[in-house]
Design a protein around this ligand. Structure first.
Ligand code: FES
Ligand SMILES: [Fe+2]
Length: 439
C-alpha cells in the first residue's frame, strides 16, 4: 500500500500535476482517424483534463485547439468549419488550425486586435489510424520505430474504448501477467479457427493446445521484469513440465502503453489515456505480421460492443457488465461474457474511479506494477529537476532506433527461454513479406 499523497501524485494528470507533467512529455492518442471520417470533421477531445476541439481544415490539415472561443468562451465544437479554419458562431471570430484568430468580422474595419488573439493549440500527427497530440513544452520527441508505426496502414487496425476509471489502474491491468489465468479463464475451449481478432483464443505457439487451456491449467507463472530503454519487459514463464515452458513476453512502454501478443499473427499496442482523472480511453493498434488486417471484421466485432460517438462499452457498471451467474458456473470465470475487454473493464472500474491504494496489498505477481511506479516516480523527479533527458526515450537515446518491442508467445526449453523466444520472434519477422519487420 502507498500513502494517499503518493496515490494523488501518480494518478492525477490535469495541468500542473506531477504525473501530468510526465505524460505531457510524450505523444498522446487524441482521437481515431475514423472519428474524423465524416462530412464535418470536428470532434471534441478531452485529454489530460484539457477540453479541446480537433478538426481537419479545408487543406486536409489537422488542428487541435482550445475548445472554448478566446472571445467569450462559446463552444467551438459547434463552430462553422469554413474558410480553412473554425469560425465561432457567436460573433464570427475565425481561428486557424494553429489557434490563431485570423478574423473578427464584428470589430471595426481595420482592427488588428485579432493578431494578438490565439487559442491554445497543440501539434498533432496522424499515424496508422490514430491522431496523436503533443501537449508538453518544447519540441515533441520523435516517434519510436515500433512495429505499429512501421507497418503500413493496411496492416494496422486502430480502435478505442471508454473506461470509467483513472488511467493508472487501467494501465496496471496490462502489466499484470497473472490475471489472464483467472479473469480471462474460459471453462470450455472453443475452436481456435474462430479466433480471428480475439485475444487468448488462438492455439498456444506452435502446439495444438488452445491458449484458453494453457492459461487455465498453469496458473502461477514465474514472472521476471527487466528495465529497457522504452520501459519494461515482462517475461511470464508457465512451466509445462520439467523441460518445457510457455514463454510470454509483453512490454510496458513508458509512460502509459503496453505491447502484448494477441495471436500468432498480430500484436497489440495499447495506450491508456486520461480523459480526466476519473475516465480514460484505451487506444489499441492491432499490427499484423502476416496478411493485411481485416479491418471491416475487426471494426464490426468491436462496434457490436460499443456505442458511438463516445466509444462507451454497452456492458458497463450500470448493467452489472452483463453478469450471469449461470454463465459464471459453466462458461467463464467472470460470468461477463466472452469479450475479454469487458473482464478487464470490470477489473479496473470496480475498485472505484481512482483506486484508493492505501488499501492495496501487492503480491509477488505485482512485480511489474511496483517497478513501473518506481519509474514513474523517478520521471516525476527528473521533470521537477529540469532533467528531462533522464526520461525514457528522451535525451541521448534516439527513439528512431528503438524497434519492436518484441511481444511474443512461444513454447520451449525452460532454461533457455531467452534464445527460444528470440528465435520464434525472428522467424515471425522473417516471414513478414509485406513490410520490413526486422529488428
Ligand atoms: S464567443 Fe466566440 S466570437 Fe464571441
Ligand atoms: Fe486482461
Amino acid at each position: 500500500m502507498i500513502s494517499q499523497q503518493l496515490n494523488d501524485t501518480i494518478t492525477r494528470t490535469d495541468p500542473g500535476t506531477d504525473a501530468g507533467a510526465v505524460l505531457r512529455r510524450y505523444w498522446q492518442p487524441a482521437a481515431l482517424s475514423d472519428e474524423l471520417a465524416t462530412n464535418r470533421p470536428v470532434v471534441p477531445v478531452t485529454l489530460l483534463g484539457e477540453k479541446l476541439v480537433l478538426f481537419r481544415d479545408n487543406d486536409g490539415n489537422l488542428g487541435l485547439i482550445d475548445r472554448f472561443c478566446a472571445h467569450r468562451g462559446a463552444d467551438l465544437c459547434l463552430g462553422r468549419l469554413e474558410d480553412n479554419g473554425l469560425r465561432c458562431p457567436f460573433h464570427g471570430w475565425h481561428f486557424d488550425r494553429t489557434g490563431q484568430c485570423v478574423e473578427q468580422p464584428g470589430e471595426p474595419e481595420g482592427s488588428r486586435m485579432h493578431e494578438s488573439i490565439r487559442n491554445t493549440s497543440y501539434p498533432v500527427v496522424e499515424k496508422n489510424g490514430i491522431i496523436f497530440a503533443y501537449m508538453g513544452p518544447g519540441d515533441p520527441p520523435p516517434f519510436p520505430n515500433f512495429d505499429c508505426f512501421r507497418a503500413p496502414d493496411t496492416h494496422v487496425f486502430a480502435f478505442k474504448g471508454l473506461w470509467e476509471c483513472n488511467w493508472l489502474q487501467a494501465m496496471e491491468v496490462g502489466i499484470d501477467p497473472a490475471h489472464a489465468s483467472f479473469l480471462h479463464r474460459f471453462l470450455k475451449d472453443e475452436d481456435p479457427a474462430d479466433s480471428y481478432g480475439k485475444q487468448f483464443r488462438d492455439k498456444a505457439a506452435d502446439t495444438n493446445i488452445p491458449m484458453t487451456k494453457l492459461l487455465r491449467d498453469y496458473t502461477n507463472p514465474e514472472i521476471t521484469v527487466e528495465e529497457t530503454e522504452y520501459g519494461l519487459r515482462l517475461i511470464a514463464l508457465r512451466h509445462l513440465d520439467e523441460a518445457q515452458s510457455h514463454i510470454r513476453i509483453t512490454n510496458q512502454i513508458f509512460p502509459q502503453a503496453i505491447s502484448i501478443p494477441m495471436s500468432r499473427e498480430m500484436i497489440i499496442t495499447q495506450w491508456h489515456v486520461p480523459i480526466d482523472d476519473e475516465h480514460c480511453y484505451w487506444y489499441s493498434m492491432f499490427t499484423s505480421f502476416t496478411d493485411p488486417v481485416d479491418k471491416e471484421l475487426m471494426r464490426a466485432q468491436r462496434l457490436k460492443e460499443h456505442r458511438l460517438p463516445d466509444y462507451a462499452p454497452l456492458k458497463n457498471k450500470r448493467n452489472n457488465y452483463g453478469f450471469d451467474p449461470e454463465e459464471q458456473k459453466t462458461e467463464t470465470y467472470t460470468g461477463m461474457g466472452m469479450d475479454i475487454n469487458v473482464h478487464d473493464q470490470w477489473a479496473v472500474e470496480s475498485p472505484g474511479p481512482i483506486f484508493d491504494r492505501t488499501r492495496e496489498h501487492l503480491g509477488k505477481t505485482d512485480v511489474a506494477i511496483i517497478k513501473y511506479r518506481r519509474m514513474l516516480r523517478a520521471a516525476i523527479a527528473a521533470v521537477k529537476d529540469g532533467n528531462e533527458d533522464a526520461l525514457p526515450m528522451r535525451g541521448e537515446v534516439d527513439p528512431a532506433v528503438i524497434y519492436g518491442p518484441i511481444s511474443n508467445d512461444t513454447i520451449g526449453d525452460r532454461q533457455d527461454w531467452r534464445a527460444v523466444s528470440a528465435k520464434s520472434d525472428a522467424e515471425r519477422r522473417a516471414g513478414c513479406n509485406d513490410w520490413d519487420a526486422t529488428v
